[in-house]
Structures are given as C-alpha cells and as structure tokens.
Design a protein around this ligand. Structure first.
Ligand SMILES: *Cc1c(COP(=O)(O)O)cnc(C)c1O
Length: 503
C-alpha cells in the first residue's frame, strides 16, 4: 500500500489530537490585557495555566469538522447493526424538539406554566398504553436498561407487598441482551439461564423445570435477539403466572411488532420501550434515550414517581406518595420528569406516522430483514429455518475452513464503506452476524449491501484469507486492540516526555 508523505490519504486527513496541535500563544480571540484586579480568591487563585492548547479559530473549526467527518452514522449510510434498531430520524422530530416552548422550559417551573409540556408527556403515555394495550406506563426511566431496573424493582415491590420475600431467582434466556442478567443481579436476584431450543426460541420444557416458588420473574425479549418471534409466548406467560412469578418483556425489539399485536394480549406484566430505537430518536455512543415501562394492573400501583395525571384543572404531576391514592410507588428513579427531549421526538414521530403508518413501518422492517435473509441465505449460513422478524441472523459456518473469522469479514465490509452488522451476538450461535435493516432502507440500498456481502463471501470461500486478515486497509486506523481499548482506555492526554523536560 502506497504511503503518503503527510500520512493523509486523499481527502482523509490524518488528524492529530487537539493538544498535539498546540501552538503556544495562538488564540482565536484578541482581547485587551485585563487591568489588574484585586480578586477575592485568597489562596485559591490558580497558580499556572490550565493547559489548554493554543489554537486559532480556523484550526479549531477544521479540527472538529474533520472529526465529525470521521464519524459514520445513520445519516452517512446503511447501518445494519442488529439489536440496536438504528433507524432514520425524521428531521421533523428535531424541529419539534427545538421549539422554544419545549426546549426552553425548566422542570422547576410552576406546573401552571408548563401545561403543554405535561400534556405532551401525558399524550405520549396514552399512545404507549394504546400501542401495547397495557393499563399503565412509568415514563421516567432514561434508557432501556433503566426501564429493566424499573420493571424489576416494581416486580420486587409487588412480591414484597404480598409477603413473598422468598422469591430470589430470575430466569433469563441464553439469547438475552447483557443488560437483562445485569439488571436482575443489580436488584439482588440470582440469575438463571434458560437454554434455547434448536428453533432459536426458549426451551419451554427447560423453563418449566426451572420454575418454582422462589422464582420472581422471567425476563424475555420478544421478538428475541435471534430476530425470531417467541411463538409459545402465551404458554410461557401461563406457566410463569402459575408459578406466581411475573413476566418481564424486554421491548427493545418493539419496532418489529408495533401496530401488529398488543403486548397485553400476550400475558406480559411489564415491558420497557426504547423510544430511541422504535420511535426514532437518534442514539449511539451512550445516549440520549428513554425507556418508558408499561405495567399491568398488578404492577401499576408500584410505578415510580412522578406520574402525570389529567383532571378538571388540567395536567398535574403527582410527586409524592401521599398524593397518590391508589399507589404504593417504589420511589423515584430519575431526577425531574424523564427525558423530555426524547419524548418530544417520539410523539412527533408517532403523530406524523399515525397508527396506520406505525403498523406499516413494522411490516416494512420485517419485509426488509426477510429480503436480506432470502438474498443472502445461499452464500451465508442462516442460523435457523424459516422467516425472521426484523433482523436476520447468520452464523459463521459459511466461513468454515476458510481461515476467515466473523471479525475479519466485518473488517472487510468497512473497506467497502459499509458499517458492519452486529457480530458475535447473540451468543447462542457461533460467530453470529446479526443484521437489522429497518423500514426506511430502500431496495436499492439493500441490493448494494447484498452485492458487497455476496462478493466478500465468495472471496472468502475462494481461499483469499490474507485479504481479510489485512482488512480494513482504507481506514485512518486499521486493526485496533479492541480489548485493551475497552479494558484500559486512555482517557487523558499527557504531554510527550521531551515537552516535560523543556518546562
Ligand atoms: C438496546 C437493548 C437493551 C438496552 O437498552 P438501552 O437503551 O441501550 O439501555 C436491552 N435489550 C435489548 C434486546 C436491546 O437491544
């Protein structure tokens, strides 16, 4: 590969850290020397400079613009990451979230001055209840994982209220997202794994064998993380309830079923909804999100505060247990009233789609995933027979004896300008490749992706392992030590030793 003098590759600029670009004395502003002032900081006055780099305004603009150009997102291209539902975010939602009446209000304002904001939370709550058929929803959880915490804390409160404090186990299928067992453990439960059957669903017999009077709940994802509908879910709910346990559903995959079925009809007691996945708020890099959690009649009284209610005087927040007649709230899960900006985006999305549009979106998402499954099924190895829901799951059997791994394959996709799919998750299949195309990707986009994946699969099978081991070739950085980056991240820049010596 040809090296360049500068380290740049065409218009892909080799970007140094902003501290490495420091030219002492440079500044973006030109202020007069301050007059001598008598500060009142006493001994707290700073003794030396704080170490900000010296940069002109154009240097700063270029640095951050270049960094932004290195960022691949849903607005740059196809993002087939499974389990995360990376979908197009209509700009209308952003316009709505920036309206001063929404963006500039403060949670400490008197409630009479934020009636519109409270109405928005209330309307969104009504939509979420209608879409799931559930009687109540806790709006404050700030993410899916936080919704899980809300759900399990509600379940724990309900058991304790009945005096059933012996319930110490939570059952979680093998294919679950890591947040499920983590949440159960955080709530003090011991976690037991339920195996999957050879159809990628929960093994009902194994589940029955594990149920007992010490089980508090099952946490199940539907559609599950293999992209499959748990088609014995009604029976699962029945046996769980017979054992006196509650049924928690991880609703992160709600995008596949919105407008198609009502969660309440499946016998589910609570489910979080990732507004940032299903209802189109941009997410990634850890936020922002929102995880409202719908609750059955049995769990509704334990919901966390605050709750927005409507009465003859308008909308009102119930913030204290003594103001809530039928409630035995578990307390508060979050400061203020929830992720308001995310609520605005989600309601804007819901209202602009309408009930019919939401049902069509889930149908199109499932259609797109099945198109990938059908067009790639002969070169990759689908993990399970039959159609899928919103995501298509393959394993690495198609790479057997090629010397190429799932990771190598994903790295080669980057050279083609395609963001890799989810790799090595779910854990129930070997070397997983999980693809979720969502509803807004066109047939042309999917065909382009299919052509790339097919060509790479054929290349791997033709014995060109070296090509894959070298990938990615065209990125600013190539193979990183991802384990080291995750386990011991370098979060602080320290000046190189020679600078220290010069000081
Ligand atoms: C994304 C996801 C979660 C966690 O949601 P966050 O909003 O990231 O906390 C839980 N379960 C599944 C299946 C998910 O895909």
């Amino acid at each position: 590969m040809a090296e360049t003098v500068s380290g740049n590759r065409g218009l892909l600029i080799e970007e140094k850290l902003i501290f490495e670009q420091d030219s002492p004395g440079h500044t973006g502003v030109d202020l007069p020397e301050p007059e001598a002032v008598n500060d009142r900081l006493g001994g707290l006055r700073r003794q030396g400079p704080i170490g900000l780099p010296g940069l002109s305004e154009p240097q700063v603009i270029r640095h951050y613009t270049r960094l932004s150009q290195k960022n691949y997102g849903i607005d740059s291209g196809f993002y087939p990451l499974g389990s995360c539902t990376m979908k197009h975010n209509p700009r209308l939602n952003e316009r709505m979230a920036r309206l001063p009446g929404f963006a500039d209000i403060h949670p400490f304002q008197p409630q009479s001055t934020v009636q519109g904001g409270l109405e928005l939370i209330h309307s969104l709550a009504e939509w979420l209840k209608a879409l799931t058929g559930m009687p109540a929803v806790a709006m404050t959880p700030a993410a899916g994982a936080h919704g899980e915490l809300c759900g399990l804390m509600t379940i724990r409160a309900a058991h304790e209220d009945k005096g059933e404090t012996q319930r110490s186990r939570v059952l979680v299928p093998e294919s679950a997202h890591g947040t499920n067992p983590a949440t159960a453990a955080a709530c003090g439960y011991s976690v037991e794994s339920i195996p999957a059957n050879d159809r990628g669903r929960v093994d009902l017999a194994a589940l029955k064998a594990k149920l007992g009077p010490d089980v508090a709940a099952i946490m199940l994802t539907n559609p599950n993380t293999c992209g499959l509908f748990e088609n014995e879910i009604i029976e699962i709910a029945e046996v769980v309830h017979q054992a006196g346990a509650y049924f928690y559903c991880d609703g992160a995959n709600f995008n596949a079923i919105v407008g198609r079925l009502r969660i309440a009809d499946l016998g589910i007691d609570c489910m979080h909804i990732n507004l940032h996945k299903t209802f189109s708020t941009p997410h990634g890099g850890g936020g922002p999100g929102a995880g409202p959690t719908v609750l059955s009649e049995a769990l509704a009284p334990y919901a966390p505060l605050p709750v927005v209610v409507q009465d003859e005087d308008g909308f009102r927040l119930i913030e204290h247990a003594h103001d809530w007649q039928d409630g035995k709230p578990l307390g508060r899960l979050k400061g203020y009233h929830g992720q308001f900006g995310v609520f605005v985006r989600a309601l804007s999305y819901i209202l602009s789609m309408g009930a019919d549009g939401l049902a069509q979106a889930s149908g199109d998402a499932v259609l797109n995933a099945n198109y990938l499954l059908a067009r790639l099924g002969d070169v990759l190895t689908p993990s399970f027979d039959g159609p899928c829901m919103h995501e298509a799951l393959f394993d690495d059997r198609f790479l057997k004896d090629t010397g190429v791994t799932t990771l190598d394959f994903a790295k080669a996709l980057i050279d083609e300008g395609v963001h890799p799919m989810t790799m090595y998750f779910p854990l129930v299949v070997h070397g997983a490749l999980l693809m979720e195309p969502t509803e807004t990707e066109s047939k042309a986009t999917l065909d382009g992706f299919i052509a790339v994946v097919r060509a790479l699969a054929e290349r791997a099978k033709a014995g060109d392992a070296e090509y894959f081991k070298q990938a990615p070739r065209l990125t600013p950085r190539r193979r990183l030590d991802e384990t080291k980056a995750a386990r011991s991240p370098v979060l602080r820049w320290t000046p190189p030793p020679e600078d220290k010596a010069a000081e």
